[in-house]
Design a binder for this molecule. Structure first.
Ligand SMILES: [Zn+2]
Ligand SMILES: [Zn+2]
Ligand SMILES: [Zn+2]
Length: 607
């Protein structure tokens, strides 16, 4: 590896608004709106962890023996382990670690064991007191993950009991009061008990895969509830199809709650697009603005069930005015400035610091937020991604609004058609492989004026999108030059599709110097639409463009050595105890101080 001088610290991140929001907190807020007695945010998750007597020494020795037998077999799974003596290194050589938690090291027997009562017993025995004497950091992480799986397992077992109680009371006159029985036994509110019964029943009858994953501890209770909520409107076959969709359960263990929420929403829109649309349209009736007192003594104001395009337009406007406030010298983080801007816009106020002395011109200062000086429309700055089949009306597959999440096919078509009316909209076409990873890309340019002779009438139905090769002899493999016709008044668009392959890389997109330039930055953002940390979903457009091997150390400014990282994760990468590798296929591999490895694949686009 090239010697890498430590690059300058990129500085702290100012804007935390894109960090993943906490869905538990959000759903708790939902309920808090509706109920006088809001449940504690964590009361539901607070499952009693299995208790057990400590293992006798003999039992412990047996357990460790059993684990040691498997050590060699699982060694292959223990990727990313770092050698002894390195910072954060875990001494986890099979059979050599004398730690009481040796079997919890990366890839070891208890590190890969599904959640179960036996795992709880072993994890309890591995503690060696509450300070985990002799346990390495990598093993400690393994014990933590083991308890996480045990917790999920316990939750699954509890829900199975609840489902059985419900099955034993099928008659309507009994069923109505099953929740009361549960509420009395658990000293929960009736409403909580009702919800518990609902989740238990839905997992039992509609979501066999999620139920099994919860039992094994692959997904937590929180994630299982996200899947249950998203599929609540589907029948059993549709729900099972949605959870079986690629990218949901197979990735649920690695996705953050926000990522899982988007993945299951997309799967639901694929499994039952009509129902997804109906739900959106019905929910419009519940549009509202809510206010409540924060625990701190401040207040909150929130709009719910609003049209997605207008929410994005509002967000743009809030950011625009926050930028004006910052330019005018108002102090505060971007979050604080956006909050100020939000109030300014609603109250038609101007919070820019007053210039010292001088009188105020009558009628307010020029450029106040109410003066209509914000750029009109939003289309040019919002990224809508939609399968061509959806736009061409050949298929009903969901699209995606950057920064907001999946949108059903009808909304995707409406938004694309609206964008086509806006001459400022720009169009790109991304070719994906079967996983949805970007493998080719082209940015549209208007057809040169002298060529603008529409090649015959538009597609059947007139006003839609169409995408056709410019010439018959377009190069094979889907690349070459294409014509995109949009429903708007604009001219046809010409798109030249180029490969994004970096395995191996022919460095066709390499920039000359350190600076990536607009094109390479754009292509890197196409490949990774969000920060390349495994747990961050900040849009790439708000990230630093980062060289994996520093430019100064000989790293290329090319797609094969660069990618987006938010400021926080840029700094994290520079921490000497963390290691990040960029693999040829665009995967980023993060190795933590405890020697565990986590990967980020390129963005999966809707396909
Ligand atoms: Zn493009
Ligand atoms: Zn390259
Ligand atoms: Zn990040």
């Amino acid at each position: 590896m090239l010697p890498s001088p430590v690059p300058a610290d990129p500085g702290p991140d100012e804007d935390l608004a894109w960090l993943d929001r906490d869905p538990e907190r959000e759903s708790w807020l939902d309920r808090a709106r509706e109920h006088e007695e809001p449940p504690e945010p964590d009361e539901y998750e607070d499952y009693a962890v299995l208790t057990s007597d400590e293992l006798t020494e003999e039992e412990l020795a047996e357990t460790e023996d059993a684990a040691a037998d498997e050590l060699l077999a699982v060694e292959a799974a223990s990727t990313g382990r770092r050698g002894p003596g390195q910072p954060g290194s875990a001494r986890v050589f099979p059979g050599e670690s004398s730690s009481p938690a040796a079997a919890f090291g990366p890839g070891m027997a208890f590190d890969v064991m599904p959640g179960c009562a036996q795992l709880a017993v072993a994890a309890d025995a591995a503690a060696g007191g509450d300070r985990f004497a002799g346990v390495s950091e990598a093993e400690l992480v393994g014990v933590m993950c083991a308890w996480d799986r045990v917790e999920a397992h316990a939750a699954a077992r509890k829900l199975a009991v609840v489902a059985e109680l419900s099955r034993r009371n099928p008659g309507p006159e009994d069923a109505e009061f099953t929740a009361d029985q549960v509420a009395c036994a658990l000293a929960e509110s009736r409403w909580r008990a009702d919800e518990l019964l609902g989740t238990a029943g839905h997992l039992d009858t509609h979501l066999p895969g999620t139920n099994a994953a919860l039992r094994d501890g692959t997904v937590s209770l929180g994630k299982a509830r996200i899947i249950a909520a998203a599929t609540s409107l589907l029948d059993a076959a549709e729900a099972a199809a949605a959870e079986a969709e690629a990218g949901v359960l197979d990735r649920a263990a690695a996705l953050t709650p926000g990522g899982l929420r988007a993945a299951i929403a997309r799967a639901v829109m694929k499994a039952a697009p009509d129902k997804a649309r109906k739900r959106r349209e019905t929910a419009v009736k519940f549009a509202r603005v809510e206010r409540w007192a924060e625990d701190s003594g401040n207040a909150a104001l929130m709009g719910r069930e609003l049209p997605p395009d207008e929410v994005l337009a509002c967000d743009e406007r809030i950011c625009w005015w926050a930028g004006e406030l910052k330019k005018a010298g108002l102090e505060g983080s971007m979050d604080e400035l956006r909050a100020r801007s939000y109030l300014d816009l609603i109250l038609n106020k101007d919070s820019r610091p007053q210039p010292a002395g001088g009188p105020q011109p009558a009628g307010g200062r020029p450029g106040t937020p109410g003066a209509g000086s914000a750029p009109a429309g939003f289309a040019a700055r919002v990224t809508l991604t939609a399968p061509l089949g959806t736009l061409e009306d050949r298929a009903d597959r969901p699209g995606e609004l950057a920064g907001l999440g999946p949108v059903d096919p009808w909304l995707a078509r409406d938004l694309a058609t609206a964008a086509a009316q806006n001459p400022k909209s720009t169009w790109c076409v991304t070719v994906t492989d079967e996983k949805g990873h970007a493998v080719g890309h082209g940015c549209a340019r208007p057809e040169p004026r002298r060529h603008r002779k529409r090649a015959g009438p538009g597609p059947p139905g007139g006003a839609g999108f169409s995408f056709t090769p410019v010439s018959r002899d377009a190069p094979p493999g889907g690349y070459g030059t294409w014509r995109l016709r949009t429903p708007g008044p604009g001219p046809d668009l010409i798109i030249t599709l180029e490969s994004l392959a970096t395995d191996p890389c022919d460095h066709r997109h390499q920039a000359k110097g350190h600076d990536p330039g607009a094109r390479l930055r754009h292509l890197a953002q196409v490949r990774h639409a969000t920060c390349t940390s495994p747990v961050c979903r900040r849009p790439a457009a708000q990230c630093d463009h980062e060289h994996n091997i520093p430019y100064e150390a000989g790293g290329r400014s090319c797609l094969c050595n660069t990618g987006p990282k938010c400021r926080h994760d840029h700094r994290l990468k520079q921490h000497p105890k963390w290691t990040v590798n960029q693999l040829p296929d665009g995967t980023f591999q993060w190795t933590t101080p405890a020697g565990r490895t986590y990967t980020t694949e390129p963005t999966r686009y809707p396909i």
